[in-house]
Design a protein around this ligand. Sequence first.
Ligand code: SAH
Length: 218
Amino acid sequence: MLEDKYKHRGIGLRKQLSKLLKEKGIQNAEVLRAIENVPRHLFLDSSFIERAYEDIAHPIGAGQTISRPHTVAFQTELLNLKSGEKVLEIGTGSGYQTSVLLEMGAKVYTIERQKELFDKTKIFLPSIGYSAKFFYGDGYKGIPVFAPYDKIIITAGGPIIPDALLQQLKIGGRLVIPLGTKVQIMTLIEKLAEKQFEKTEYGEFKFVPLLENKAWKV
Ligand code: SAH
């Protein structure tokens, strides 16, 4: 859990942000509480700190971005997460979404394909008190050795749902992915049986691309 010394600074701004997200339609109280708890300013380069609690995306290095808080909250809400569940996250990035999942009591396995971000976040998150399992590699393949997962969240936009991820989802589990290339449609997949899936679409979002690179290994 987050170390006490980080809990207070910015709390007023985080409460305002959570109120704004509620006005924008986020209903899950646990998600809003997680947003109130995670110190987003620590995840940003110092030049963006002033605007850490606005509902906007920011660059995090390696050409990637930390998603808007509304997007993070929206995806997390769609997961319908329960404390203790096992979650696979594709696209660790800054680790902000990872921390929101951890705040909600999830056990998180997270994959990043940019070495620079992987190296940085793997050290940064534990340094503020959050622990997850970090993997460097291609999220298209998932992490079969720890499967199945209760929930899978993909935080980059891709044209397809990787088959390996559908296989690694528990029956009864949920996978949330922004599907598409130029713009993405937030898509929820529920696994009803081994080969039976239900798909629900939730409006347009804008993400950095989910990239497949066969050279990466998990
Ligand atoms: N969840 C992150 C968002 C980062 S943006 C946060 O809260 O900061 C999406 C991330 O997905 C980027 O860091 C990008 O490098 C990563 N990514 C893209 N394709 C990937 C893949 N195939 N496997 C793993 N990570 C990938």
